[in-house]
Design a protein. Structure first.
Length: 402
């Protein structure tokens, strides 16, 4: 065994329990990924620091962003209590930083001097101050304290210091000590556009369409073997996503608090390039005789025409809280909009949609604790309902995909 191999083995043994911790949380960490991490450690890619190891391990071991939460929680649990010596702060420091005094006035000359910041030098100075300081300091420009112009502490003013404790005020600190380092990315949190786009990529129905221009390696090998080595190239049409998506979005009223999320959904779906066809419509509370091409409800489309323009294989995703007076679903003329005059109850219209679209689902931004509302229970009788979360959209995409 070479010295390098021995060094890698030491790293593997040292963190092997972390590997099993990740697997226990359901992460699909492979031995190959783990050995890649070990090799990175042996080459010093972690920079001999905890934050460096965290970044290296996350980059190698996390395959999907929905695993970030599991990774962060496993990391925090496994390495609980382990701190970098350079970041270790004495208990006395926190007591000294309580109840900060107001910051002093800073003139332009002093401002210019403070603007010239060397981060590496600041870190070294902070470590030195922590070794030397023996008492609380308020004001001043040297020690770790409050209300002064020292680059260390909080509640004062320094355009490029290291905030130690306290709350963010001016946003000028170049670094923060004791701020939470690893923010949890939970699967049950509402999403940003990037997260949603990743989840929507699972919504696909791959088929081989078009000219046979892609080499079928398996068929080529099989045919060549059968012909005693005489090469026969077999081609096949490329795989393409043959899936159409219709996104129906509830706007106004009780959906106003979720307006930002609806915007994100539309942006992510509209920006997706893997759908054969993507269309969107708007409605309020429930769909009746008409839906609309715009959120101002100036471009109506009759439900009959909508159904005719989409085949049964189109995926219908409805986004709404389904929270309304139950009569809007069960009664003739029950629509909340005075001008709708629906001759048929909303449930009849929704049932037609559920019958026409073989693959349909409802995304609900409202917390699941409120899904016991009568109107939501009625809607969930017709459509499978998913929470508007990363995991919810991923589950919906899996179920509506192939």
């Amino acid at each position: 065994m070479t010295a390098t191999q021995h060094h890698e083995t030491e790293h593997a043994d040292l963190f092997l329990s972390f590997f099993y911790h990740l697997r226990k949380r359901g992460m699909r960490v492979t031995p190959n990924q783990w050995m890649t991490l070990v090799e990175g450690l042996s080459k010093g890619l972690h920079g001999s620091s905890m934050i460096g190891f965290y970044s290296l391990a996350r980059a190698i071991l996390v395959k999907d962003e929905t695993e970030l939460d599991d990774f962060d929680m496993a990391f925090a649990q496994h390495f609980e209590g382990v701190e970098e010596i350079s970041s270790e702060l004495k208990d006395d420091i926190w007591n000294w930083l309580d109840n900060p005094i107001p910051p002093p006035k800073i003139d332009s000359e002093f401002q210019k001097m403070l603007d010239e910041v060397d981060v590496d030098a600041l870190r070294e100075q902070l470590e030195q101050r922590l070794k030397e300081q023996t008492e609380r300091h308020d004001g001043g420009g040297k020690w770790v304290g409050t209300g002064g112009y020292s680059p260390f502490g909080h509640g004062g003013y320094h355009p490029g210091g290291i905030r130690v404790g306290g709350e963010r005020r001016l946003g000028t600190a170049v670094q923060v000590a004791a701020g939470r380092r690893f923010r949890e990315h939970r699967r049950d949190l509402q999403m940003d556009t990037r997260q949603l786009s990743v989840a929507l990529k699972k919504l696909r129905a791959l088929q081989r369409i078009g000219l046979a221009e892609e080499l079928d390696v398996e068929a080529t090998v099989d045919r060549t073997a059968k012909d005693a080595g005489d090469l026969h190239l077999i081609f096949q049409p490329p795989r393409a996503n043959n899936l159409n998506l219709l996104l129906a979005m509830d706007v106004g009223g009780s959906m106003d608090p979720f307006r930002h999320m609806v915007n994100l959904i539309f942006s992510a779906a509209h920006g997706a390039r893997h759908f054969k066809r993507f269309e969107h419509i708007y409605f309020h509370n429930c769909m009746y005789d008409n839906v609309y091409l715009d959120a101002a409800f100036t471009e109506p489309v009759h439900m009959r025409d909508l159904v005719r323009s989409f085949d049964r294989e189109t995926r219908l995703v409805i986004v709404g809280d389904a929270y309304m007076y139950p009569g809007e679903l069960t009664q003739r003329w029950g629509a909340i909009n005075w001008g709708d005059h629906n001759e048929e109850p909303g449930m009849v219209h929704l049932a037609r949609l559920a019958e026409h679209f073989k693959h349909s689902a409802w995304l609900n931004p409202m917390g699941e604790a409120r899904w016991s509302a009568p109107s939501i229970r009625l809607v969930s009788q017709l459509f499978d309902m998913y929470p508007l979360t990363v995991e919810g959209v991923a589950d919906l995409a899996d179920d509506l995909g192939e």
